[in-house]
Write a protein that binds this ligand. Structure first.
Ligand code: G
Ligand code: G
Ligand code: MN
Ligand code: NA
Length: 254
């Protein structure tokens, strides 16, 4: 099943869809953005989650055409919501390491923006520490080009890889996303509290927005709020939603 040819067929037969999860500001409780998350709607096997095919896509090189599709579709949907008059400041899109390093990546991002009419300010690319710390000089060049275009950058799964703090300062990154493994047991685990609170403090000192992922309970939310965390994402607010469901949620926003 999880072969290059199946992924290619899935792409041409339009079996991929994006779901969207709200990114919520703790300042006012508003949905300020969404993260696009891919799903494979297989005709006989049903919904296949990305952890079952992204690795194969990366190894086979199919991540590039799939990633291009994700970017165009996310930008198209963001502009459709904006055209409807809905408030949406950020469309966040995950970028795989191979995709980030493919020749012409910056031009492809520019192409997705111009083809869909989405302003660059609305687009945020999520990169992991693993992606950016590998060949940091290459990363700096690419991130700087994206930043000059007006695209925002965030570090996903933050705390699980290893970041050189020197590069964290040099990279034009605007947001740190605290990995959900540190949030999961936040109420009971003093170490996780120390880690989360340290990331929040460091982020604030570096003038970065800090978002906590995987927030599922009111207790986790309260702790993060007390730490001064700026944004959250997780099942407590909403699971990832199909586009039509997300449209309804955005329409209900004040
Ligand atoms: O809902 P969740 O199961 O969506 O996602 C699981 C993992 O797959 C996460 O690590 C997430 O970052 C990754 N992922 C989801 N959508 C995409 C995508 O469009 N591109 C890439 N490269 N990774 C994605
Ligand atoms: O690696 P990345 O942060 O892009 O992955 C996002 C993943 O986290 C997706 O699989 C998404 O479905 C999942 N996710 C989002 N919110 C929650 C949550 O509150 N709890 C759990 N367990 N997973 C979540
Ligand atoms: Mn992500
Ligand atoms: Na993450």
């Amino acid at each position: 099943l999880m072969m290059e040819s199946n992924l290619r067929q899935a792409l041409t037969e339009e079996q991929f869809v994006l779901h969207y999860q709200p990114l919520v500001s703790l300042q006012n409780g508003e949905i300020v953005g969404v993260e696009a998350l891919i799903r494979w709607l297989h005709p006989t096997l049903g919904t296949i989650m990305p952890d079952r095919f992204i690795a194969v896509a990366e190894d086979s090189g199919m991540i590039n055409p799939i990633g291009d599709w994700v970017l165009f579709e996310a930008c198209r949907q963001a502009q459709a919501w904006i055209d409807e008059g809905l408030q949406l400041r950020t469309m966040a899109v995950n970028v795989a390491p191979v995709q980030f390093r493919q020749a012409g990546f910056v031009e492809m991002v520019a192409g997705a923006l111009s083809a869909t009419g989405l302003v660059a300010d609305c687009l945020e690319l999520e990169l992991t520490e693993r992606t950016v710390m590998h060949d940091a000089e290459f990363t700096l060049g690419t991130l700087s080009a994206l930043k000059r275009m007006g695209v925002s950058l965030s570090l996903d799964d933050f705390g699980t890889g290893y970041s050189s703090l020197a590069y964290l300062k040099r990279f034009p990154v605007g947001k740190l996303k605290i990995d959900r493994s540190f949030v999961m047991d936040l109420e009971s685990d003093a170490d996780d509290q120390a880690i989360a609170s340290t990331i929040v403090s460091m982020g604030r000192s570096l003038r970065l927005t800090v978002l906590a992922e995987g927030v599922e309970t009111a207790e986790q939310l309260a702790l993060l709020r007390k730490m001064g965390c700026g944004m959250v994402q997780g099942f407590h607010y909403s699971r990832p939603l199909a586009a039509a469901e997300m449209t309804e949620l955005l329409r209900r926003q004040p």
